[in-house]
Design a protein around this ligand. Structure first.
Ligand SMILES: [Zn+2]
Length: 321
């Protein structure tokens, strides 16, 4: 279909955010190093470093054991302070409580004639936005497709597992949201394989579907995707000129975008990570409103599934119940 899977607007500065995050982390590490170093001689500093490393190792061992004990307990798994997640524990996003109308709603019976639209969320999972998105989808009885980053899944495995347990489709969006046209094949392979391994390790299922960060493909990466049997190039529909959620236009504007783009077989690009995190919290109210408004148009929600067609094709995926 002409004009389909048009690519526009995948969080162009997400890499920048990652870099800023890395810079902030480096600065924090630097600050703590300076603080710790002041007033101690080198030997004591080394002893402290060794003790620090042992504490972190012991801490992650305990956390790992606690997670293992808790099994599928999402809350415990996510709350367990590990060396990698301890920084994020304090960052908590909004939550959504089902309304009386949500509770009273009768689920729509989906038939082959029901036009389906796919909501897709990129760049998560994050503790800021993904739990809220999952709350809304649960309250509304809607399924969605999440294109997770490998590094985010490693940081927040409990949230990723919740999305999986609640029946959403989980697909891969690289390890750390890189711009593939700039990468040689070895680096492209590293991003694809590390992302694939992170999702497989944390979710117990190998991802089979792929979306390029920024929607920007590269031939060398396409070759790796084909070799890994990942269906690549899942795009999105963006026929209007309306702004995306990552541009922080507010709840009304994002609702308008979703409703405008919603039509049978449309794949809609949204985010539960990346730049969208920096938008004012009130923007997130778009999601319950947009879901209701799309249903008012006679549409229902489906998920993206691979067609099995080769990478680079414009139609690598379809929307299914
Ligand atoms: Zn992205």
């Amino acid at each position: 279909m002409a004009g389909r899977r048009r690519r526009r607007g995948d969080d162009p500065s997400s890499t920048e955010t990652t870099l800023l995050g890395a810079a902030a982390l480096a600065a924090a590490t630097d600050r703590s190093r300076r603080r710790r170093g002041a007033g101690f001689d080198t030997r004591r500093r080394h002893t402290l470093v060794v003790v620090g490393v042992l504490v972190v190792l012991f801490g992650s061992g305990v956390a790992g054991f606690a997670t293992w004990l808790a099994g599928a307990d999402e809350a415990t798994a996510e709350a367990a302070p590990s060396a990698s997640s301890v920084q994020e524990v304090s960052v908590v996003g909004p939550r959504y409580e089902p309304t009386a109308a949500d509770r009273a709603r009768t689920p729509t019976r989906i038939t082959p004639a029901t036009p389906l639209v796919a909501l897709t969320f990129d760049d998560g999972p994050t503790p800021e936005l993904t739990p809220y998105v999952l709350d809304v989808l649960k309250a509304k009885g809607a399924k969605a497709t999440f294109f997770f980053q490998g590094d985010q899944v490693e940081k927040h495995p409990g949230i990723a597992r919740r999305a999986q347990a609640e029946g959403h489709v989980i697909a891969l969006h690289s390890y750390e949201h890189v711009y593939f046209p700039d990468l040689d094949q070895a680096r492209a392979r590293d991003q694809i394989v590390r992302g694939e391994e992170a999702l497989t390790r944390e979710l117990g299922v190998r991802p089979t579907m792929w979306r390029y960060p920024f929607g920007e493909a590269s031939p060398v990466a396409d070759a790796v995707l084909a070799e890994r049997r990942l269906v690549g190039g899942v795009g999105w529909d963006w026929l209007s000129t309306l702004k995306g959620d990552f541009e922080c236009p507010g709840a009304d504007a994002v609702t308008r975008l979703v409703v405008t783009e919603a039509r049978g077989d449309a794949v809609i690009l949204l985010h539960d990570g990346g730049d969208a995190i920096s938008c004012a919290g009130a923007q997130w109210e778009y999601l319950p409103r947009a879901i209701d408004a799309v249903r008012d148009k006679g549409l229902e929600f489906g998920v993206v599934v691979p067609t099995g067609r080769p990478n680079g094709s414009e139609e690598t995926a379809v929307v299914a119940p």
